[in-house]
Design a protein around this ligand. Structure first.
Ligand code: FAD
Length: 491
């Protein structure tokens, strides 16, 4: 087989991969990035919206895989949203050049300083809040909705009702920044540009408005001329060679998922940025297949970032519910983190179903009291996740407390329309950990027991960060790659 040689290879093009690529390319390094998903921008294939999903909506499935309301039959295609199924939890991830940034809600939340300090006691908190977080907010083009627009726009009735109800129930709300360009959204509303957020586009991709990584970090990295991205290339496993370099076996697939070439790559330096589950899969599978050395902490200290969905039915039915028209971009949150008995943060989430279902949707983010562990089942060649209802006991208690308090103040019932018993304990958008900074790696993401292998993605965060995670993932990646370059790791 032909072997492609590269000094540095990055696997995965999400936040960690994009940051590493940009900083290495700026430092004059040639980088090859392997991404299993499609280069959407280059392909010119449009994304679909929530109400009329096409084949681009799901990764090689016959049916869409949104958390609820999946009715459509599709032609299997290397679509944008994937779901990894485990015994007690399902994990959603983005596929394509840009990773999770293509499918996520764009909520760009900086963690609370005190919690960041608690989770990362060895990091220089001051430097993060004065330097890395402001830097990534700028690079990611984070902005905030105009209050007057929010007040006037019918597409944000769900936020206004949600905030009003929260206040009535005695909760504190907060404005949530986003990478979606709110000036573009205002133009959408005035019908001056094609609609995206106001046309139910989000988890199957946004055709306009959203500053996903392909429009920020990756675009800048490409402009250096030092980055080559190979899409539809899935790395299967990695081998450590005697000279401490790495050999990668990858499959190039077509958009129907058929293998069109088995490829071999060889590199001196390897960065794993395949997302928490992708990186763990590569490490654990390579260990099983190739005796790839892995440190005992790999797979440990995993968490769902306290993700716990819930909903309420009949939210103000007499006053017209939460609105027929809803923007897909959340801008409101309820901050109950300081409550020592029930600490949580929740997004006031949109539910744009094209009709008023008089339902409010919330994605709670809780502390993770009991962490899980990711292992590998050699016989069946699959990842295993040691995680069940015992891991989410406190999250459920918080959700119950929240819904009860909201209903007492405003009326309504727990939503059985959306979930069994009104709770979606098994829905996870924020898998974190398993390759924790300082535990499975050194202080800058270099894997223990290896000389030329680095992990730079969500798996570095020990299972919880208290808010939506991509701002933190990006900041940690900036911090790590800056120091790795300074230490001449890529010289
Ligand atoms: P990812 O962004 O997951 O990127 C990993 C990439 O590696 C992917 O493109 C994947 O295809 C590729 N890959 C994996 N395995 C291989 C392989 N073997 N070979 C080649 N390529 C591979 N977070 C927020 O902060 N705010 C939000 O509003 C928000 N909303 C979300 C909504 C949804 C529906 C989802 C699913 C997530 C949301 N998140 C949100 C979470 C956020 O998107 C993730 O935390 C983030 O994308 C993780 O970044 P990462 O760099 O770890 O990896």
């Amino acid at each position: 087989k032909e072997i492609t040689e590269a000094p540095i290879i990055i696997i995965g093009s999400g936040y960690g991969g994009a940051v590493s690529a940009l900083r290495l390319c700026e430092a004059g390094k040639k980088v090859i990035m392997l991404e299993m998903g499609l280069n959407w921008e280059k392909s010119g294939i449009p994304y679909s919206n929530l109400l009329k999903p096409g084949k681009s909506a799901a990764w090689l499935r016959k049916k869409t895989i949104a958390p609820f309301m999946n009715l459509f039959s599709l032609t299997p295609f290397t679509g944008i949203l994937d779901r990894l199924e485990f015994d007690h939890i399902n994990i959603w991830v983005g596929r394509g050049v840009g990773g999770g940034s293509l499918v996520n809600g764009g909520m760009a939340v900086t963690p609370k300083e005190s919690y960041f300090k608690e989770i990362f006691p060895n990091l220089d908190t001051e430097k993060f809040y004065n330097h890395y977080f402001p830097l990534v907010r700028e690079e990611l083009k984070v902005n905030i909705i105009d209050e007057q627009f929010l007040k006037d726009c019918p597409y944000y009735k769900f936020t206004r009702v949600g905030e009003e109800e929260a206040h009535k129930a005695g909760f504190k709300t907060m404005r949530v920044p986003n990478v979606y360009d709110f000036k573009y959204m205002e133009k959408e509303f005035r019908n001056e540009v094609p609609r995206s957020a106001l046309n139910t586009e989000v988890i199957y991709g946004n055709n306009h408005g959203k500053n996903s990584l392909d429009k920020t970090y990756l675009k800048k990295a490409m402009e250096t001329g030092n980055l080559e991205i190979l899409d539809l290339h899935k790395v299967e496993h990695i081998k450590l060679n005697d000279d401490k370099s790495y050999t990668l076996n990858a499959q190039q697939i077509d958009t129907s998922g058929n293998i069109i070439a088995d490829k071999v790559f060889h590199c001196k330096k390897l960065i794993l940025a395949a997302g928490t589950m992708g990186t763990l899969q590569l490490l654990l599978q390579s260990n099983a297949v190739n005796d790839f050395p892995i440190h005992e902490n790999i797979g440990k200290n995993w968490g769902n970032n306290g993700n716990f969905m819930t909903g309420r039915n009949w939210v103000k039915p007499l006053s017209g519910g939460t609105g027929t028209k809803q923007s897909t971009i959340p801008v409101g949150g309820i901050d109950n983190w300081e409550d020592t008995e029930h600490p949580f943060f929740t997004e006031i989430a949109p539910l744009p179903m094209g009709m008023d279902v008089a339902t409010a949707l919330y994605l709670l983010i809780n502390r993770v009291d009991k962490k899980g562990e990711v292992t590998y089942d050699k016989a069946n060649r699959i990842l295993k996740l040691n995680w069940d209802e015992s891991n989410t006991v406190k999250m459920r208690e918080n959700a119950k407390y929240f819904v009860r308090k909201m209903n007492q103040a405003n009326g309504g019932t727990r939503s059985h329309l959306l979930f069994n018993n009104g709770f979606g304990a098994d829905i996870c958008y924020h898998p974190l950990g398993g390759c924790v900074l300082g535990e499975a790696t050194n202080e800058f993401g270099k894997l223990k027991d290896h000389d030329n292998l680095y992990v730079l993605d969500g798996s570095l965060i020990p299972g919880t960060i208290g808010v939506n995670p991509f701002v933190t993932i990006t900041a940690i990646a900036e911090y790590c790659i800056e120091n790795l370059i300074k230490q001449s790791e890529f010289a």
